[in-house]
Design a protein. Structure first.
Length: 186
């Protein structure tokens, strides 16, 4: 796979380049969105996850023991610390992070709650870009793909290199990386 290809192996290369020189990374990886970087986590093997963890300064020893509980602990801490609870609720079935879902949706009816979604998007739009990137990343992990329910008509199309640089500047990069690296599936 080439350095510019949007595959799992390029995640490490893109993040490494973005940490060194975001402008150059954007040129070397044109069109590589933060959303693609996050959702590629689902395709990464243990070696790629380990490389990404090393780059982010996160200790991960594959296979991860208690992966659901560890991710849940990280997710809840990030949501609380970054002030994202208005965007998420603990109402889902299951244990750990499976109980956390985005607000603004009527899950029992499988449809958008118009007023709830309006409030969700208004809160999201008022956040600083790095916090938006963190919230959007949680949505992408929750959905396992690009999202058009919550992230419709809100900022979410950042280039991956710009996103890495902005989260680093805001002090959120390691929290973001922990979520991506330790993600066990929803």
């Amino acid at each position: 796979m080439t350095d510019n290809a949007p595959g799992p192996g390029s995640v490490y290369n893109l993040i490494k380049a973005a940490l060194a020189d975001p402008g150059n990374a954007k040129e070397r990886h044109p069109g590589y969105r933060l959303q693609r970087l996050v959702t590629l986590r689902l395709e990464m093997d243990e070696v790629e996850i380990g490389k990404l963890a090393d780059l982010a300064g996160i200790e991960v020893k594959p296979p991860m023991v208690n992966a659901d509980a560890l991710f849940d602990e990280n997710l809840r801490a990030v949501i609380a610390w970054a002030g994202l609870w208005p965007l998420f609720e603990e109402s889902g079935p299951g244990l750990h992070h499976h109980a956390i879902r985005p607000t603004g949706y009527l899950y029992q009816l499988d449809k958008v709650d118009a007023l709830g979604m309006e409030a969700w998007r208004a809160y999201y739009r008022c956040m600083a870009p790095a916090r938006q990137m963190l919230a959007a990343s949680i949505i992408w992990l929750y959905r396992g793909r690009k999202d058009n329910t919550w992230l419709r008509r809100v900022p979410c199309t950042w280039h991956a290199a710009e996103g890495i640089a902005e989260m680093r500047r805001a002090g959120l990069l390691q929290d973001w990386a922990k979520l991506v690296v330790r993600y066990p599936g929803w």
